[in-house]
Design a protein around this ligand. Sequence first.
Ligand code: NA7
Length: 533
Amino acid sequence: MAETCDNHDVVVIGAGFAGLYALHKLRGLGYDVHAVEAGSGVGGTWYWNRYPGARCDVDSIDYCYLFSPELHAEWTWTERYAGQPEILRYAEHVAERFDLLPLITFDTRVTGADFDSSTDRWTVRTDRGDEIRCRFLITAVGCLSAVRTPSLPGLDRFAGRIAHTGRWPRDGVDFTGARAGVVGTGSSGIQLIPRIAESADHLTVFQRTPHYSVPARNRPLSGRELRSAQQSYADAVQQALSTSGGYYMPPPDRSALADPPDARSARYERKWASGGMEILSTYNDLLLDPVANDTLAEFVRDKIRQIVTDPETAAALQPTSYPIGTKRICLDTDYYATYNRLDVTLVDLRVTPIEQVVETGVVTAGRLHELDVLVFATGYDAITGPLTGLGLRGTDGRALAEHWADGPQTLLGVAVAGFPNLFTITGPGSPSVLTNVIRSIEQHVDWIADCLEYLRVRGATRIEAETQAQEEWTAQVTYFADFTLYPRADSWYLGANIEGKPRQFMPYVAGLHTFRRACDEVAGAGYRGFRLG
Ligand code: NA7
């Protein structure tokens, strides 16, 4: 944006799935709304994560918008789990179909924003020197967008190519004949590793913590499945309203400990054979009871022992330090079998940590692993990182990062005390990362839009979360999490992957349906817990 644009009703930061829907919804209600996007195109996560093998871990027939029946009817997915290029095409299609591109300024990063209490307006600053004023500011920056590269000693000396999965170069990385290294074995690493192994001369995987992974069993969707999905729009809408994850999954009806071991294994085998994270809903207590949980964890460990032929490598790949499912379970295609290739080496960093990076590679315990390309699949400063990085200042002049120095506090995940007229789609305290995120996004945006309408009708120009209501909501998020096994893993849900980050479980675990009810109750009570002016 070359000029300063005054007086938008709403500025949206980000043009991923949340930003696109916010633009469409609010323009439809007559607001003057504009988005600022750091990338050169729409798609957010799916714009940046172009690494080989990048793929959704939610079924594609669910991982799409429901706000438009026409869009739902006309789009055809090709695979059970859509790959990054297809999801990006979908986001681009949505932006074009609903004529959203003129509302977006690309290649522009928000660097700060201040609220002026005398005018009830935000002033947003960008890295292009713009100042944009708006009544309402909506962050649509995603939960996994602040990439994190470990500060390994000597990294700047490395003479080869470096890439991060979350900022993959648009022109790609050629692994043909290369000696490649991957640091990190979460969802991104597990998707990427088998694909690099196919073309690299040699691949070295640097693993700190083994993650649990189950087969995706990705496959083309049949015509029958697609017709059925397209015809069941009304069911999908109903499921969005009534289910915990925002889409249908058969509800488990009993404890893992109610079945004898043979019957239990047979059930797990069926889920393993059909693939996907549904294996976690085989029983109703897998995320609640450590003994129940360990039956599934042991089943997966046993699979690893069966697949990986070298016993030492198989042992290093078996997760034991946290309950299965308490870090997001990974879906893979041939991940464990990749370690049977002679040109793939696993380095267990718990035994031999990285000492330094040198010009020619990575040194662990005095041994040099020579590399031409070094890939970091080392994740994100999740959920809060994208928000604290925006430079937002509250009415007291303090940055959001300062407000959250002891852990994030929000009301319903979408509002922060001291930051009037700010809405944080998928913020901490929202269920989004434990659900089909697009369903959560649609709920959040619809709720925000209703809220703006409520203010407009009353001629109000300001809304702000009350501190006490925010404290109660944040306490409730922790209270629900403590009923589960989630807090037992050093996961990004807790901020545990970032040194010095306060350890606080951030997602709301009680499900999207319960969250929706809580949000509707607040709205129905005249935005209880918010101060309007
Ligand atoms: P994740 O799931 O946060 O995984 C990051 C991986 O990188 C994980 O294995 C980390 O090990 C590892 N890591 C992080 N820092 C280091 C250092 N310093 N040294 C070695 N290894 C390190 O990120 P992803 O991108 O894979 O997935 C993010 C989400 O995207 C995922 O949950 C899905 O929702 C989709 P650790 O476990 O911390 O020991």
